[in-house]
Ligand binder design. Structure first.
Ligand code: MN
Ligand code: MN
Length: 250
């Protein structure tokens, strides 16, 4: 299957239907609860329906934020967050994106994150690389005097005093691709909050751009293809920053 074409078509169809309500109150209309207990809002529901409309006919397994898991006994599983950062969307903050990750058995084979406002397409293909609009991207080298970090967790950690710029943007999928393209040095969420649907694509794109991705103990991050598991994640551009963070969050 041409996963890149399928992903982009879904993203563009979502864009067409949600952008007219960007920043509008109706976008926040309460629809119900997702399997992980989060509120599904109108914007989420519109986007989710488009995802299902495209993926159900392909007879692949689907793990999506609002509908949970749909098992078709396929060897392919698509893990989707139709709109990551939907609170930003509702509030008129232009940082939100579509996250799409294809797994064959349990291994990722293709991932995409699409940013609706900039129209940037990020792709991660295991062992081949990470791309922004078709051009290879790399994490930036760490400079200790100008660390730029997204950090969700207890703000008492000592090293945080030395962070030059906090960039806590409210859309972890998007934050992970900002790490991948060198705009951030790290993305940390140690609240046991993020789900596989939020990060499945972002971790591949970040890893392929040279990032190191671990759990709160510095072990390689692993997760199930599930819409409800809650994870801690540390994603950084360097071993040096990883060590500083691990040392400080104990
Ligand atoms: Mn999300
Ligand atoms: Mn979402």
């Amino acid at each position: 299957m041409k996963w890149d074409e399928i992903a982009l078509k879904i993203a563009k169809d979502i864009e067409k239907d949600i952008m007219p309500i960007f920043g509008k109150k109706e976008a926040s209309k309460f629809i119900g609860y997702s399997p992980s207990g989060d509120k599904t809002k109108l914007v989420d529901k519109i986007a989710e329906d488009i995802v299902l409309e495209h993926l159900l006919p392909l007879d692949v397994n689907i793990v999506s934020e609002e509908s949970g898991g749909i098992n078709k006994e396929s060897e392919y599983t698509v893990v989707v967050d139709p709109v990551d950062g939907s609170y930003n969307f509702i509030k008129g903050i232009p940082i939100f994106g579509f996250s799409f990750a294809v797994f064959k058995k349990n291994e990722p084979i293709y991932t995409m994150i699409y940013e609706f406002v900039t129209k940037n397409v990020y792709e991660g293909i295991p062992k081949r690389g990470a791309y922004l609009n078709g051009r290879k991207i790399k994490v930036k080298p760490l400079k200790l005097e100008s660390i730029s970090l997204s950090f969700y967790g207890n703000k008492d950690a000592n090293f945080l005093k030395n962070v030059r710029r906090f960039r806590i943007l409210g859309a972890i999928a998007v934050e992970l691709v900002y790490l991948a393209k060198g705009s951030l040095d790290g993305v940390v969420d140690i609240r046991k909050y993020v789900r596989p649907t939020d990060i499945a694509a972002g971790v591949v794109i970040a890893r392929e751009s040279g990032a190191i991705i671990t759990d709160e103990n510095g072990e390689e991050l692993t997760f199930n293809l599930s819409a409800t598991e809650r994870l801690n994640i540390i994603a950084v551009n360097s071993k040096e920053l990883l060590d500083i963070i691990l040392e400080n969050i104990k």
